[in-house]
Design a protein around this ligand. Sequence first.
Ligand SMILES: [Fe+2]
Length: 239
Amino acid sequence: MTTVIGTLQSEMKGTSSTPTMSSTDYQGGLVTHIKDPWECVAIEDFLPKERWEVIKNLGQIHLEKYYEIGVTTRDYEKPELAVRNKYSWYEDEDIIPETNELFYKYDLPYREYQGKLKKIIHWAIAPPRWSYPAHCDNRARISTTILYVSPEKSDGTILHKNSSTNDGGDHEEADLPSDYTYELEWKPNKAFFHNCIPNKTWHSISNETDSPRITLNSFFVQEDLVLPNRIYSGHEITI
Ligand SMILES: [Fe+2]
């Protein structure tokens, strides 16, 4: 895929012609505003050093739990989806308030919602040689921020240009092949932020490495759309 890197500043001045990607700065961290195949933002060095150390250490605690109990199997009731199982751990307090302003700070297209948004936070550990197919996030999720935690080298999220229309709002797999993809570079302490648009923000995840892939995932959700009897039900946090 062809990309053009400019700056938001030059874009605002009109000196950059239809960039597919642009870079700017966020509290000292490099921000990349990706436009193609759909709009999202990646922020390197997202957390300041001391906060990053805290989160990294929490990630190690969850890695030990993962080695102890393995993947959780409650995410999916269908046996054929068991290959997607990963370790998930839901927080009941906002351990990552730094993600809260992104939805308001970055003016990306978003889906209309009702009521006051709540937050769901979970640790995800994908086992080695794991993959999750192209999907759009669940209908309850208005906005998603994924913080890449560890290891040092792994696989970033893959964005898909895909014309499938079978997104039913519950992580359905795209039923058409993708036209093309763009893979974000994995880097610890990098945040990947996007607003979930049905049948548009198709993305897939994989871990081709030999090491567990740890991310801290946070979502803004419309509470009445959160499905009952799911692993995350009841873990909505008031912000
Ligand atoms: Fe997703």
